[in-house]
Design a protein around this ligand. Structure first.
Ligand SMILES: Cc1cc2nc3c(=O)[nH]c(=O)nc-3n(C[C@H](O)[C@H](O)[C@H](O)COP(=O)(O)O)c2cc1C
Length: 207
């Protein structure tokens, strides 16, 4: 999985950047390829198409999410390049979580109503150094991301014969076989699950 952390902050090496580095490290340890990119309102964001997951992160200054990220969404081409992207987002701030959820997160979310937002998180200043909170955020992002892959796998077409064969298998095995067969078919580039594909996939999904 290729992830980009797109962030804004006025403070070089400040709390937002420290969080991003910790998040990036954990994602990389889980096997993801991770880049971090600092926002400029009018930059070209077409590079985002290369990434599977976009994590937006920014602090709040004077009741507004940091201006370069908001500017990129409002005036730049970020929003259009985020189309159909899976997104996670977080804010750092001095306010309590509940207040920030009402006042600040909507400033980002209003631009992303058509996106799949996997996880949204507020990091108030009292948790900046709490590794377990960062850990939970990363685990939640990975869990939600993997869930979307599974549901995409589930959208492969089955021929009537292959579906009939699946229906004939004891129901407690059907889920495992279905996921295994679809994963195999996807890896092989097959568009449809046929009886031949099931035969081929047998070895992969445990006979
Ligand atoms: C000038 C300034 C204004 C701030 N305004 C707010 C604010 O309106 N609401 C809030 O919850 N936090 C506010 N904060 C707290 C910051 O959002 C928080 O400290 C954040 O982690 C700073 O990120 P940074 O270290 O990357 O700059 C403000 C901080 C600064 C320095």
């Amino acid at each position: 999985m290729k992830a980009v952390i797109l962030y804004d902050s006025k403070t070089s090496g400040g709390s937002t950047e420290a969080l991003i580095d910790a998040i990036g490290l954990q994602l990389a340890e889980s096997g993801a390829y991770v880049e971090k990119v600092k926002c400029k309102a009018l930059a070209d964001y077409s590079f985002i198409r290369e990434f599977d997951l976009v994590i937006l992160g920014a602090p709040v200054y004077y009741f507004l999410v940091a201006s370069q990220l908001l500017g990129a969404l409002n005036y730049g081409n970020l929003k259009i390049n985020l189309k159909r992207k899976k997104i996670a987002m977080f804010l750092t701030c001095g306010s309590p979580e509940a207040m920030a959820a009402v006042l600040y997160l909507p400033q980002l979310k209003i631009h992303l109503v058509r996106n799949k937002i996997l996880v949204e998180k507020i990091f108030p200043s009292n948790v900046f150094h709490d590794n377990s909170v960062i850990d939970t955020f990363v685990q939640d992002v990975l869990y939600e991301y993997n869930k979307t892959l599974k549901s995409r796998i589930g959208s492969l077409k089955w021929t009537i014969e292959a579906q009939e064969w699946l229906d004939s298998v004891p129901s407690f095995l059907q889920g495992k076989i279905k996921d295994g067969a679809e994963e195999f078919a996807k890896a092989m580039g097959y568009k449809e699950i046929t009886c031949d594909v099931l035969e081929e996939a047998k070895g992969e999904i445990g006979g």
